[in-house]
Design a protein around this ligand. Structure first.
Ligand code: C5P
Length: 314
């Protein structure tokens, strides 16, 4: 609970994590699988306005448009959906945390103009707590690559905007990425675009993913995990590009916080909330520090509110 309270106050460090999670963090820093080399600033005391300005200036959404090799040669320019540019007034980002169970937030979530969900998180049977509206689904490459998710046929991925991501090397070597993605998302992407050309479907540019990582590290003194940020963080910042106001549910844990990993699965691991592979603790601290939500919203709803880029004046 010291981590939860630390997050509510906007003050946490990895020392508050269990020994196991601290060990995982150290191991990831040492193995540095994606060859991250960070030479930028580390300033942990920026004001809210400074952090928001940094986001607006550095986290402009970029998707793979096929203009670069090897994707140009592979015909991605013709294949890619035209640029995402719809604007929304208010948006809800619904994380998959177990703590959203018994929240009765469904009605509030569905009242937003756009609702973002993640990976294979279902809403059927959970409408009271998570709502049912889905505008965009953000998925890591495992969802596309692993047959158990039935990506091409499952109703979860139909009639909505799809956004997929996979980490490239930190130096954004696109050739190497194409040859060795973490999980092959390119083949299912191409097949899906051919079968459903009308459905908007994007792959995030790895430079966007690593830019987000840089922003988290630049606001943290400690070495954060040199692994991509979580889908949740990616979705929050992506929606700051398209919404006047972004409401995020159960990213910063509410009073309902528990070790239940996902609301739709009986699997318990505190790493889902505070991070082992992803630099979740640091992402969450940054989001909390940028939020305008009241303490009551935070504790009761697990909700933070952020202005979209169009409402940030730098
Ligand atoms: O586990 P998965 O990545 O599918 O969950 C979607 C997102 O929800 C995560 O990327 C993370 O940002 C957030 N999440 C969380 N706490 C949990 C589970 C998920 O903050 N216990």
């Amino acid at each position: 609970w010291s981590v939860v309270r630390g997050l509510w106050k906007g003050q946490v460090s990895s020392k508050m994590l269990s020994h196991r999670l601290q060990g995982a963090l150290r191991d990831y820093v040492h193995s540095n699988k994606h060859n991250v080399l960070y030479k930028g600033q580390r300033k942990a005391n920026k004001s809210r306005e400074e952090m928001l300005c940094q986001m607006k200036q550095q986290a402009q959404l970029r998707t793979l448009d096929g203009s670069e090799q090897p994707f140009a040669h592979l015909g991605f320019k013709q294949l890619a959906s035209s640029k995402l540019q719809k604007m929304y007034t208010t948006c809800a980002v619904v994380t998959s945390a177990g703590a959203i169970l018994n929240s009765s937030l469904g009605r509030e979530i569905d009242s937003h103009d756009a609702v973002v969900r993640f990976n294979a998180a279902p809403y059927k049977g959970y409408e009271k707590d998570v709502g049912s509206k889905t505008t965009i689904r953000i998925m890591n490459s495992q969802i596309l690559a692993n047959p158990k998710h039935n990506f091409s046929s499952s109703l979860l991925y139909k009639d909505i905007t799809l956004v997929a991501w996979d980490p490239a090397p930190y130096n954004i070597d696109l050739h190497k990425w194409y040859q060795q993605p973490d999980y092959d998302l390119f083949t299912p992407y191409i097949n899906h675009r051919k079968n459903f050309p009308e459905q908007p479907f994007y792959i995030l540019h790895p430079s966007f993913i690593w830019k987000l990582w840089d922003i988290v590290q630049s606001n943290t003194k400690e070495n954060i995990q040199p692994n991509p940020p979580s889908s949740g963080f990616i979705g929050i910042v992506m929606m700051m590009n398209f919404c006047e106001e972004v409401h995020v549910y159960e990213y910063i844990p509410s009073m309902r916080q528990s070790n239940l990993c996902h609301y739709h699965e009986k699997y318990y691991d505190v790493a889902c909330t505070f991070g082992a592979y992803h630099p979740l603790l640091y992402e969450k601290l940054l989001i909390k520090r940028m939020s305008t939500a009241t303490e009551e919203d935070l504790k009761k709803k697990g909700k933070v509110t952020l202005p979209g880029f169009s409402k940030i004046n730098c």
